[in-house]
Design a protein around this ligand. Structure first.
Ligand code: IMP
Length: 195
């Protein structure tokens, strides 16, 4: 499959920046839904895969381009995988500073002292004339007791990846992208489409 132009089905500027940065080395023109004035597709699915498919297929049909959609989130084991697919909506008005405080409080109040968690990312690649393919990435880690670091976005200041003693927000973009759920999913996509 030869993809020369790729539409990113997201309005999240942080996700777009990470994906665009990771796609720089490849011979593909990357445009976003924002640049093409395409809508932000409502996430009505129950799984990361459902939502990624919905976003990718809707915008591939509307635009006629190959379309890559990311659905991702943070799953905390002692909270039964919450906030998971609701990670964006868990934070009131997308205020992740508040969202992180709420999550830290929920974990403190839970009966378990297990702070293990993981980030999951499903990328869906929709062909405007054909089928959709999926690429998944996951990074295990734990939830810190407090926020630290200024980099990244969303829940990065409270997530410490396995094997590190720093949060995603303290690691720097290059290191985060190398190990992150999104980085891993994107490497699988790149291998399937550009090698
Ligand atoms: P959605 O895929 O648009 O539903 O949004 C996923 C949400 O999960 C984001 O708004 C963030 O809150 C969170 N999330 C996903 N990936 C990351 C990440 O790499 N760092 C921090 N938070 C993330």
């Amino acid at each position: 499959m030869k993809i020369t132009k790729l539409l990113l089905a997201s309005h999240n500027k942080n996700k777009l920046a990470e994906l665009k940065n990771m796609l720089k080395p490849y011979q593909v023109e990357v445009v976003s839904a924002v640049e093409l004035n395409l809508p932000d597709v409502e996430e009505t699915g129950e799984t990361f895969e459902d939502n990624a498919r919905l976003k990718a297929e809707t915008l591939a049909k509307m635009s006629g381009f190959y379309c890559l959609a990311d659905d991702s989130g943070l799953c905390v084991n002692c909270l039964g995988g919450k906030p998971g697919v609701f990670s964006a909506r868990y934070a009131p008005n997308r205020d992740f500073d508040k969202g992180m405080d709420m999550l830290l409080a929920e974990i403190e109040n839970s009966v378990s002292d297990d702070r293990s968690a993981y980030f999951c990312c499903v990328l869906a690649l929709a062909n405007p004339n054909g089928k959709t393919q999926f690429f998944e990435g996951r990074v295990n880690g734990k939830i810190a007791r407090q926020k630290s670091g200024k980099g990244g976005f969303g829940y990065d200041p409270i997530f410490i990846p396995e094997g590190y003693d720093k949060s995603f927000a303290e690691l720097g973009a290059e290191e985060k992208n190398r190990i992150s759920h999104r980085g891993q999913a994107l490497q699988k996509f790149v291998k399937a489409c550009f090698s």
